[in-house]
Structures are given as C-alpha cells and as structure tokens.
Design a protein around this ligand. Structure first.
Ligand code: CP
Length: 321
C-alpha cells in the first residue's frame, strides 16, 4: 500500500473520542475528509489506497448511517470490509466482548470499527487488540466521527467554526453526539449553547465550557447553527419528560422557535430524527435551512479520512518495530 499524502498531524493509533484532541489534530482529520468530498461526487469513487487492508465493522447497537458509511468508506478505499452481525454471532452464545475482540484480533484485521452500548466499551476493546480501533459510538460517551462530520458540514457552509454561535438542543444527558460535538466545537473556538430541560442535562454540564438554557427561544436567539437531538429512549431509565406532546411544545424545533435565530441559521440533526417530537417535519424537510442530508454525505468523506489516517499510522508503527 502506498500513501501519497505526507504524514498527518493526527498520529494516534485509535480514534476513540474527540476529548483531548487538539485543534491541529481535528483540522488534520477535517482537511483529509475535505479531499474525499469531491471524489465521492464522481462516477468512479474508488481508489486502491487501502488495498489488502481489512476493516471489520462490529456493531453491538443498531445503526443505519454509521455502519453503512464505514462500509462504503472502506470499499471506496479498496479495503476488504466485513460487517459482523452481532445478532448472528457467538456473542449470543455468551462469548464476552473481550473474547470476541481476541477472536477477531487473531484474524489480523487492520481496523475495527466498534459501536457498543456501554461508555468505555470501545476503549476496553482497543486495549486488547493489535489493530486500530475507531469508536462508532459508545453508550452516552462519545461518537467522534459524528462530531467530525458535523464540523465538516458547518465548515463547508460557513467557512469556519471559530466564533459561530451553535445551539445543541434536546436530550444532552444521554447523547454521545452532544458530548463529542461539545468537545470539538469548544476546542475549535465556537460559542456553544445547550438547550434542554433540567432533567435532560448532565450535572457536569457546567464543566464543558458551554452556556446552558432551558428555554428554546432564549437559547436560539442569534444562533448560526441549531443542532437538534432525539430523545435517546433506549438509554433512559424512568421518565424524563411529562409527555411527548409537552416536549414538542416546549423543545421541538418549529418555525416559531426558529424565528429568533439568524435568518440564515442552519438546521442540523445527526439522525435518526423523530418527526413531531424534537423537530417539526416541515422544518426538517426545509432544505433552504436543513443540512441533514449533507451531514450524511459528509459522513462518508469523514470515515474515509479516518480509515486512511489510521491505516497510515498503523503502517508507520509497524515499520518502526
Ligand atoms: N447518527 C448516527 O449515529 O446514526 P446511526 O445510528 O444510524 O448510525
């Protein structure tokens, strides 16, 4: 395999989270992803960069966007991509996460993409294997490639991240997307607000460098970007809202609440969206404002960048042994 790009400023073996990454490392990942946007719009989207490399997608939780885009990303770079179905695996017979990881490790993959229901599940696995690991989402902890694709979408639309007023709204408490986005956007100099009922905010929110609002119109005033989050019911233990109807009334994004943001404010959502719960259907489908489909497109480019850079780092690590 020949990498024609110079060594990236992102030199880690794994991509487990955004927390702790520097602006230079984040920019390196985004700049590499930018190169793939054009390639993905051509008729021939394939390159041979990762020929001979093996990528295994190991998803313990459901996914449409992340798993599909990692598969496409790997295939477009010429890698062999295996999607391991947890539902049909020996995990169903009681095999542990670690034993599963060691079994896959023995097959010499180059990159494992892992989504796990527990915060830290991906980190644990990364400590046991010899390949690179990308976190495809671990519990309520982090979803680094989602934050990168969101940042790429914003940067392409606004030309920068620094100084933008960005509101992240909804179920912050259970959201790995919110956590990764907060780390990335604060690191890159954006002015981040979170808007949520008290019950859907972590007690540690004050330490993350964001401004906190409990009223949508106050939180959205003069914002450049509005990111909506779904209620993460699969991670909820008990009742966090009085009713869906009331939640939509107070926290669902509709044109009335949107009217206080900047006139050209962009609407984002990582998906899957629950229409009529956190976002009005007509707002989600207003493609003069909504960049939800563009986020999905950027997801493939970002995942190609992550696979390229981690494969390059792994090769350099192996060559120095
Ligand atoms: N945004 C996101 O992670 O979507 P999926 O759950 O479909 O991968």
């Amino acid at each position: 395999m020949a990498f024609d790009s110079a060594t990236s400023d992102f030199t880690d073996r794994h991509l487990l989270g955004i927390e702790g990454l520097s602006p230079i490392e984040i920019t390196a990942l985004l700049d590499t992803a930018e190169r793939y946007v054009g390639q993905n719009r051509q008729a021939n989207k394939k390159s041979e960069l990762l020929q001979g490399r093996t990528v295994i997608n190991l998803f313990f939780e459901d996914s449409t966007r992340t798993r599909t885009s990692f598969e496409l990303a790997g295939k477009r770079l010429g890698a062999d991509v295996i999607n391991m179905s947890v539902a049909n695996s020996s995990i169903k017979k009681g095999e542990t996460l670690i034993d599963t990881a060691m079994t896959l490790n023995a097959m010499h993959p180059d990159i494992l993409v892992v989504r796990h229901g527990e915060a830290g599940g991906t980190q644990l696995l990364a400590e046991k294997v010899h390949c690179a690991v990308i976190n495809g989402g671990d519990g309520s902890h982090e979803h680094p490639t989602q934050a990168l694709l969101d940042a790429l979408t914003i940067r392409r639309r606004r030309g920068k991240l620094e100084g933008l007023k960005i509101a992240i709204c909804g179920d912050i408490l259970h959201s790995r997307v919110a956590r990764s986005n907060i780390h990335l956007l604060v690191t890159m100099g954006a002015r981040v607000r979170v808007v949520a009922p008290l019950t859907l905010l972590p007690s540690s929110i004050g330490k993350l460098g964001v401004d906190v609002f409990h009223d949508m119109k106050e939180g959205l005033t003069d914002c450049d970007i509005i990111m909506m989050l779904r209620l993460q019911n699969e991670r909820m233990n008990g009742n966090f809202i009085p009713s869906i109807r009331e939640y939509f009334l107070f926290f669902g994004l509709d044109y009335d609440k949107l009217s206080v943001a900047k006139p050209d404010a962009l609407i984002m959502h990582p998906g899957p969206a629950n229409r009529g719960v956190e976002i009005d259907s007509v707002v989600a489908d207003d493609f003069s404002r909504s960049v939800i489909r563009e986020q999905v497109e950027m997801g493939v480019a970002v995942r190609m960048a992550c696979l390229e850079i981690l494969a390059q780092n792994l090769q350099e690590e192996r060559e120095t042994l």
